[in-house]
Design a protein around this ligand. Structure first.
Ligand code: PLP
Length: 368
């Protein structure tokens, strides 16, 4: 393996492939297609592999949609919470489906999209999320059409509906129950659709997930309303495929031992800060030495977590942060001007490739 300087994200294609195999199985058993949610993971150096297992991409903006079109290919679902007219014109040139977030956007722009399949996001008022911040059915939610009559009035203008109502949901029972209630509420509208997307947030690639039941539930729903089903996995597609590899730069003591590594939670794993969660360590392993691992930005709370480790960390040791593919690289930033992690891939044949590194010029060019 070539010497790659830390910090770097290391994407492991074999681990990625495990998730992708499950996605393919779900497609075979349930008939549901899967499109990758680019807002979770847009690191296109592994799209050649992902493309073999998935049906395309879904997006939250013009740029994501364009990236999906250019680098992934296959189906391009273009959703946006709000389009400008210019963006809509640009996106309609290559999207297969344009999904509007509201009835007003649908009415405003329906005639501008020609030859593109059109859908609307529906807010079913039910959701499964552990965090209010990420709950699309929270009070006053602007995400999707929540008024049934409003939707009914424009049903002739659309070919499909998108429901995104889960976040890290690992229980099939709650999906089954939600689909029951969505079915009961929207049956007359669903029957008129060509396709229905169930969005993302379903942890179906997780160890122990009841896949057989999941596929049966999807198949039954699709057949009942005569619609093609889509899933939009983000996290599920790439979960546990990537590590953030860092080096300890200093060890300080303030009541406890604190290792400072050459990466930052705020700049490189921002979601852990937002959701107040702590990543697992891939190495060193667990043991009896209590140690805090912290980032090198000047934010006081730039802390990966507190761990019991097999050894006391010292300067120069490597620390690998586990499960760092989703909502990480897409959110990395130049806060504090700290060195941005490179991107490396362990290919299926075991060879490790440094794909991209970032230097002072990239930092400078994000501003002027
Ligand atoms: C965020 C999002 C997804 C992907 O969610 P995951 O939790 O990463 O699977 C899919 N569809 C829509 C509309 C989203 O907003």
């Amino acid at each position: 393996m070539p010497q790659i300087h830390t910090p770097y994200y290391l994407i492991d294609e074999s681990r990625l492939q495990k998730n992708l195999e499950i996605i393919r199985l779900v497609r075979q058993e349930s008939g549901a297609r899967s499109v990758l949610a680019l807002k979770c993971f847009s690191t296109w150096c592994v799209f050649d592999l992902m493309r073999q297992y998935m049906d395309g991409t879904t997006s939250s903006s013009l740029f994501e949609a364009r990236l999906g079109h250019e680098m992934f290919g296959k189906e391009v679902h273009a959703y946006s919470v709000a389009y400008s007219a210019e963006e809509l014109d640009a996106v309609s040139a290559f999207a297969n489906k344009v999904i509007f977030n509201s009835v007003s956007q649908l009415k405003l722009f329906r005639d501008r999209v020609h030859g593109v399949n059109v859908g609307v996001r529906v807010n079913p008022g039910v959701s499964h999320s552990h965090y209010d911040l990420a709950d699309p059915a929270r009070r006053y939610s602007r995400l999707g059409v929540s008024n049934y009559e409003e939707l009914q009035d424009v049903i002739g203008l659309i070919n499909g509906m998108m429901f995104h109502f889960n976040c890290e949901n690992d229980e099939v029972a709650t999906i089954a129950a939600a689909l029951e209630s969505i079915g009961a509420r929207y049956a007359p509208l669903l029957e008129r659709m060509e396709w229905v997307s169930l969005g993302g947030g379903i942890s179906f690639t997780k160890e122990g997930y009841q896949l057989e039941r999941f596929c049966a539930v999807l198949k039954e729903f699709g057949e009942r309303y005569g619609v093609r089903l889509y899933l939009e996995p983000g996290e599920a597609a790439i979960t546990d495929s990537t590590e953030l590899v860092t080096t300890v730069l200093d060890v300080v003591h303030n009541e406890i031992d604190i290792a400072i590594v050459d990466a930052s939670v705020e700049a490189h794993l921002l979601d852990h800060l937002i959701y107040r969660t702590s990543p697992r360590l891939a190495s060193p392993g667990a043991g009896s030495y209590p140690m805090m691992v912290a980032g090198r930005s000047c934010l006081a709370g730039d802390i990966f977590g507190s761990y019991e480790l097999e050894k006391r960390l010292k300067i120069g040791d490597e620390v690998r942060i586990a499960d760092t593919a989703g909502y990480t690289m897409v959110k990395k930033n130049w806060f504090n001007g700290v060195a941005m992690p490179s991107i490396a891939v362990r290919r299926l044949n075991g060879a490790v490739e440094l794909v991209r590194s970032f230097g002072y010029e990239e930092y400078k060019n994000t501003l002027s």
